[in-house]
Design a protein. Structure first.
Lengths: 149, 149
């Protein structure tokens, strides 16, 4: 097995992204950050993760420039973990996970959360893949193509 | 730590989805399936995963009804792993991973793949979160709300 070749030295952006985000704890922490969580103790309350797991995942997310460490906004000694621009760009991904979960992982009548627009209180639209002209396309109508950025 | 409470008996669809998809190998296998890979040996060639890892991940994806096992279409003895409807619904998620990777994990000049529409050869549109009326919204303009399905 060649871990590097599979996930890092690859031309596939899905593989490189998966090396960072293919981890359930990392996904939970990014989710919590979008919900306004910033402190270690609050991440711990929300995820119920063991301290060593939380420490290693937060460190990795900082190393990957998804979270940045900032002094607490209230002047206290606690540091805050806040999403960087790169981290904020994960919003559609977290919404995709949410919508797939909503539709596929709950029984009828089971309570769950949905994501609503603050201004209209209506659920956000279902995320779809569209082509350049705005038409919805499925996997059969797309293919990978090599490019140099 | 209460693993069940965090990922399974939770009202959060992101958590339930992450329990299944927060695994880099699972994401690689779903990616490969969208690229037309169906056989164990081809998943192995593509991911370079060790056999035991591949076996456990494929089994989990079948157990979760993301992959289904089918007799080979060419009449050979090999079985095929094909995406179910639930698995195909992961297309936007894989495209989100891809686009985030494309934009954030490659240096200028580094070769990578992009996803293009077969009919126009143009890159698929950037995935965004929209509200019910089609306006693009960011994380600040949305919030979680509890519902019963």
């Amino acid at each position: 097995m060649n871990y590097e070749a599979t996930f890092i030295n690859t031309e596939c952006p899905v593989a490189r992204a998966s090396a960072i985000l293919g981890d359930k704890w990392a996904l939970m922490l990014v989710r919590d950050a979008f919900d306004g969580v910033t402190r270690f103790s609050d991440f711990q309350k929300s995820t119920l993760a063991a301290k060593n797991i939380l420490t290693s995942r937060l460190k990795k997310l900082v190393d990957e420039d998804i979270f940045a460490l900032r002094p607490a906004s209230d002047g206290s000694a606690y540091q805050q973990y806040v999403l960087t621009e790169k981290g904020r760009a994960l919003f559609p991904l977290i919404v995709c996970l949410r919508q797939w979960g909503e539709e596929n992982l709950f029984h009828p009548g089971e309570t769950h959360s949905i994501l609503v627009d603050n201004e209209t209180d209506a659920p956000v639209a279902k995320i779809v893949v569209r082509n350049h002209q705005g038409e919805i396309i499925g996997p059969e109508r797309s293919r990978r193509k090599r490019v140099i950025k």
